[in-house]
Unconditional design. Structure first.
Length: 291
């Protein structure tokens, strides 16, 4: 199918944001809006993943918009991180609808902390009837400790690890230092300071993720990487929380695990698996959508 790539500049609370709309010649009424993960990235995505995704979807009739939110890439304004993208999403949805008038439903796409931002904010936007999220960021000291412990237990069972040890190619000092720092932190009483006081006045972002997840009633595709500690940390969060388990089980959720993928789906094979899984989910006409 022939497609057109349309550059956009649009306003968000006085800041100018930049986006690209991939418009098929006969666009479907459901499109995908991608949110870039925070950090040194822009609307092309890590390894140009968002470009490949958008061109693939558009070739199947699915309109796509990818954009830089405030303070990221070419987006004006201060960087507000993934917890505060509600207005950016609203501005991008409006720009997307103006460019593709046929659009009636929007599916939000994001990985890592972009997935977390989507989970926090998706329910606020009535046009959003679905989300495609991969490896949601849900870091905390508790979940990290479980994941790190499991990681090193796996390494101790790995013959390649012991081969490095016996050939003197393994430097244990960084691991010993990390262990001592963790032990010291546990033994040292916490002293409240100004930053801790401020943090205690706001809800942890994982609680906001859970609240948003509970209030979203559309379809969800969760794609998880088998080689990602971030993915594993999210699973630990869900497994150790009855509230998360209840919300997870109640959601209209489809889960796909890609065993060979890392956090960024950085290989061609993993990227293709990611895009194919999402495309098949989007094109499944039997899947009910929120009215």
């Amino acid at each position: 199918m022939n497609t057109e790539e349309i550059p956009l500049a649009f306003d968000c609370d006085g800041s100018t944001l930049i986006g690209i709309v991939h418009r098929p010649e006969s666009p479907s009424s459901r499109g995908v809006l991608s949110l870039v993960a925070g950090g040194p990235q822009y609307r092309g995505g890590c390894c140009r993943q968002l470009v490949y995704m958008a061109r693939d979807f558009a070739s199947h009739g699915i309109p796509v918009m990818r954009f830089d939110h405030r303070g990221l890439g070419d987006g004006d304004g201060a960087f507000l991180d993934f917890e505060h993208v509600e207005n950016d999403l609203a501005a991008a949805i409006s720009a997307f609808k103006r460019t593709v008038p046929e659009l009636r439903e929007v599916v939000l796409w994001g990985g890592c902390n972009a997935a977390s931002g989507i989970m926090i904010n998706a329910y606020r936007h009535p046009e959003v009837t679905g989300m495609i999220i991969s490896n949601p960021f849900a870091h905390s000291e508790a979940t990290q400790a479980v994941v790190v412990r499991k990681h090193y237990m796996r390494r101790l069972r790995d013959p390649a690890f012991w081969a490095k040890v016996f050939k003197l190619r393994f430097n244990p000092l960084p691991y010993v230092q990390s262990g001592l720092q963790t032990l010291l932190k546990r033994l040292t009483p916490a002293r409240p300071d100004a930053s801790q006081t401020h943090q205690n006045q706001t809800r942890p972002f994982t609680e906001r993720m859970l609240a948003g997840f509970r209030q979203f009633h559309g379809q969800i595709l969760l794609i998880m990487s088998g080689q990602s500690l971030t993915s594993e940390e999210f699973d630990v969060l869900v497994a150790n929380s009855p509230e998360w388990q209840k919300a997870y089980q109640a959601a209209s959720l489809t889960r796909v695990d890609i065993a060979r993928a890392d956090q960024a789906f950085s290989t061609i094979e993993a990227r293709n698996d990611l895009i194919e899984a999402a495309r098949m989910w989007l094109l499944d006409s039997s899947k009910p959508h929120r009215s």
